[in-house]
Design a protein around this ligand. Structure first.
Ligand SMILES: [Zn+2]
Ligand SMILES: [Zn+2]
Length: 346
């Protein structure tokens, strides 16, 4: 072994020993722990991004996934934060990536399937504890009042324990209760320079169901929720910078349908059959995005969420070239006064 090589090996061994001492001994742990916590806290950005910033807090569907939460897209517009849906696990994904819910204004609901609403109580609690200044609003089509009132009732005791424990000064009871606002198709919600518009989608037999378009300082993002490809998408996404759309791989779902039937799991097989007509087939998204003149198409709410490289590759071959297959923690930045779309992998 040459002199240089021996020096490298000795250096790696020395680093390994120091790392082992730091992690495995009591004194090493006591020195390392506060430094790691400080580093994590300092990684939180405190200056709002100048433009639209999209954080993927959930890219899965109801089928299980070890590393994806259910449907959730976070859109930061200046200092405001809006979520489109909040499925199971999405609040945890949000927190694990050190995103702050302090400026969370509303959760925009596309429809009321469980994989789009299960995470609402976690976001409500988290933002309340973080110090949100106004009640969290659920915005959605007709029926949103039942969702807000139902969660308020289900979590009434939880809220009372937390107020008793931390005090009303820290947790004002009125800010712990969800507010709601019904939105009609083609109606808009405005917040300063931000306009959010609901558009009709096709998720039959689920009705009403909508998608949302965000316009902010010359940049536009469209989020579909669950839908087949419909004409209203092309209209709503006209000229948008980024389209995030629900996507189903027919190859994967039909293969699962047959395999389940072969082993006699007829109920699961029937579900794989039934879901094929109410999510956008991955192969149809590219055409719709081109017709609308969308600059970047990205697939989320993946049906099924790929569990390995093989499944991912099969899914990707159904998507048009250039389509981004999103993952939890992915970030899209659309700076104001620019055409740039910066994609950051987690
Ligand atoms: Zn869904
Ligand atoms: Zn759905």
């Amino acid at each position: 072994m040459g002199k240089f090589l021996r020096a490298i090996v000795a250096m790696i061994a020395a680093f390994g020993l120091v790392a082992w001492i730091a992690v495995s001994t009591r004194s090493g742990q006591d020195i390392l722990l506060p430094r790691l916590i400080n580093a994590a806290l300092q990684s939180q950005p405190d200056v709002p991004f100048d433009g639209l910033r999209v954080f993927m807090c959930g890219t899965s569907s109801p089928l299980p996934s070890a590393d994806r939460a259910q449907a959730c897209v976070a859109v930061f517009a200046g200092s405001s934060l809006y979520l489109v849906d909040a499925g199971e696990g999405s609040s945890e994904t949000f927190n694990l990536h050190n995103e702050s819910t302090l400026n969370l204004k509303a959760v925009l609901l596309t429809h009321f399937h469980s994989d789009h609403i299960s995470g609402i109580p976690d976001f409500n609690l988290n933002s309340w504890v973080t110090g949100r200044k106004e009640p969290l609003v659920l915005i959605g089509p007709a029926g949103v009042e039942r969702i807000a009132m139902g969660f308020n009732e289900a979590f009434a005791m939880d809220r009372s324990y937390r107020v008793a424990h931390h005090g009303e000064a820290m947790l004002p009871p009125a800010l712990g209760e969800l507010d709601f606002r019904e939105i009609a198709v083609n109606e808009s919600w405005t917040d300063g320079e931000l306009t959010i518009t609901a558009y009709p989608v096709d998720h039959g037999p689920v009705s009403p169901a909508v998608g949302y378009r965000f316009d902010y300082r010359g940049r536009a993002v469209v989020v579909s929720g669950d839908s087949n490809v419909v004409d209203s998408l092309v209209t709503a996404a006209k000229g948008a910078d980024l389209l995030l759309h629900d996507a189903l791989s027919l190859t994967l779902i039909q293969t699962m349908e047959s395999a389940l039937a072969t082993v006699g799991r007829d109920r699961q097989s029937k579900i794989m059959h039934d879901i094929q007509n109410y999510h956008a087939h991955a192969s149809t998204l590219g055409d719709a995005a081109s017709k609308a003149g969308v600059k970047l198409l990205a697939a989320y709410h993946l049906v099924p969420p790929p569990r390995n490289t093989l499944m991912k590759n099969v899914f990707v071959r159904e998507l048009a070239e250039g389509t981004v297959m999103t993952t939890d923690g992915m970030v899209f930045e659309l700076p104001a006064g620019s055409d740039a779309i910066n994609v950051h992998e987690p």
